[in-house]
Design a protein around this ligand. Sequence first.
Ligand code: IVH
Length: 669
Amino acid sequence: MTAKDRIDELREYLHHQNFKYYVLSQPEISDKEFDDLLKELQNLEKENPQYIDPNSPTQRVGNDIDKRFEQKEHKYAMLSLSNTYSEAEVSEFYDRTQKALEGEDFELCCELKFDGTSISLSYKDGKLVDAVTRGDGTRGDVVTDNVKTIHSIPLVLHGEGYPSEFEIRGEILMPWSVFQRLNEEKEAKEEALFANPRNAASGTLKLQNSSIVASRKLDAYLYYLIGNNLPYQSHYENLQKAETWGFKISKDMCKCHNLDEVFEYIRHWDIARKELPVATDGIVIKVNRIDQQEALGYTAKSPRWAIAYKFQAEKACTRLNEVTYQVGRTGAITPVANLDAVQLSGTVVRRASLHNEDIINGLDLHIGDMVYVEKGGEIIPKITDVNLEARDANLGLKVEFIKFCPECNTPLIRYEGEAAHYCPNDTGCPTQIKGRIIHFINRRAMNIDGLGPETVDLLFNEGLLHDPSDLYLLTKDQMVGLDRIGDKTADNILKSIENSKSVPFARVLFALGIRFVGETVAKKLASAFTTIDELARASLEELITVDEIGAKIAQSILAFFAKEDNNEIIKHLAQAGLQLQQDKDEIANRTDILSGQAIVISGVFKLHTRDEYKQMIEQNGGRNVGGISSKTYYILAGDNMGPAKLEKAQKLGVKIISEREFLDLINTK
Ligand code: IVH
C-alpha cells in the first residue's frame, strides 16, 4: 500500500469513528486505538506534506497561530426568533399561522432551544468551507479553525444526496460538565469565572488560539438547513437526512399536529431539560413545510413561521443574613451574600455573589431582606431583586461596602473606571501572600505537586513562608512533625520543589502572578525578553511592541518591577537556581535578520509546520502577527492562502514570500 492509500484509508476511517463517537455516542474503538491511528496519520502527513488536506481529521487538534478574525457577509441573513414566555402567545402564533395559511393543513416541528452561540457552516462538495458567527446578522466572524476543533462537526460529509453547496446552522455549546471543570480551573487560578455555558461557548469560539479551543471540548447541534436543491421540501425531513451526512441533530425534535401536542412538548421539556448535558432556555416551534414557511414570510428581524417559547428562569425567595467579603490573590474583594438555605434548580443555595459595590447599592440591600435568587443557566446564583413588601418596621442595617480589608485592615481602594475594590497591602495581607504562593505552586506554573493549599496555610502560619522564594529554603527538619507532615511527605515536598527548578522561563514568569500576565502573555514575554533582567528593565514603549501586550498589561508589569519586594523575591529565586532566562540553545540560534518585522503566516505548508515557522520568525528577531495591515512586512504564504487575505495583501502592497524564499532569507545573511 502506498503512503497516499494509507493516508486516505486512515482519514476515511477516522472521520467515521469520529462521527460514531461524537455524534452518535456509539464508539466502536477505544480512545487509545483512535489516538494511535491519529498519530499514524499525523506522522504520514508530516513525512508526505504534499498530501496535507485542510479537512483531514488531524486538523481538529487546533494550531497555535494567533490571528484576528476575518469577517464575512452571510449569504442568507441570520435572523433571530420572536420570543414569548406565555402559552397564550403560543396559541396566538398558532391561530395567526392557521389564518395566514388559509385553513391549509400544517405540521409544526417542536425542538429544544439550545442556549449557546449560533454558527453558520458552509459546505461545498461535501467539505466544510467556512464557519461564521452570527455577528450582526448580516456579517459575522470567520471562526473556521476554531470550529474545526469541534468533533461533532463533520469536516467531510458522508452518505449521499447533499447539495453541492449549502449552509447549515446550529448552536455551539459547552456541555455542563466541561463548563463546571473549566470554572473550577479558573477558580483555582483566581481568574474571572464564566457566568454560564453560553458565555463560555462564545468566549471560547472567539479565542485566537485554536489549540485552547480544542482543549475546551465544545459540542454543536444543527437545527436549520438552507440552500437550493435541499433533499426535501420540509424542515424536519431535511434535518433527518442531514444526520446521515454526519451532522449532530437533536433526537428530541418532534412533529406536532395541534396545539395540545405543542403544550405537551413544552411541559415535558420544562422538567426533562434539567437532565440534558447542555443548556437549553426554551423550545422553538417551526412550521415544517418550506413552501408554507415561504408563504408566511419574514418580518425585518425574524421569520413569521417560527416562535421561541422561553422557560422561566428558576427563582427562589430567601432571607439575607449577612454579607461577607473574600480577598483574592490580587487583592480584589468579592462581596458574598449569606442566605437562609433554599432549594433552587436541584441544588441547595446558601451563598450568592454580589459582585461589587455598585450592584449592592443598586439593590438597596438591607440585612434581613427577603431577596430573590436566580440561577437561570448561571452556575453561581445571583440576587436579582429585593421583596420590598416583605420589609417590616424593623428594617435591618443597610449593607455598606466595607472600607478596610477584612484580613489585614488596610483601607481599600477602588481604581478609577473599575467596579472592584482592592486591598493594596499586597506584601503584608496574609490572604494575598498565601494566594500568591498557591498560584506559584499551581500545576500550570511551577507544578510543585507535593504541596497543596492546606500545607501552604500551615507553613505560612508556622512562619516558614513569607513569599514564594521561601519555598526554596525549606528544610526537612522544619517540616517533619508539623500537623500531618511525616518523613515521606516532607521528602515529597522537597523533591517537587527541587524539580521545579527546571521549569522553563515562561512558566516561571506566569508563576510570579503579575496581574494580567496569564500563560499566553508569559510565553510572549519570555520569547521577547530573553532574561528576567531584560524584562525588568523594559520600558512601556518596549513592552507594548510585543504582540498581544497592550498598555494595561505593560503598566502592570512596570508596577510589578517597580516594587522593591518583588525584586528581592526574584533575587532569591535566582539564587535558588530557577530558570530566569530562556534556554541557552534557543538563544544561541538567534539572529536579527528579521529584526522587529511583522510577518503574517497564511496557507498550508509543505516543508515545516506553522508552529515551526512561527518559531523561526521569532528566532530571527521577527514577530508573527495575525492580521495583515500596512505595517506587515511579509506574508509567508503556503498553498491555499485565503482569497480575502490575498486581496488585502495586494491592496496594501505587502510582499508575499514562499516557504523556500523564507528559508533562503533566514539562512543567508
Ligand atoms: S432556528 C430563522 N432553532 O435562538 C430561524 N434557533 O433567538 C433560525 N436557537 O439565533 C433559528 N435553538 O442561536 C433555531 N432549535 C433552534 C434553536 C435556535 C437555539 C437560537 C439561535 C438563534 C436564536 C434565536
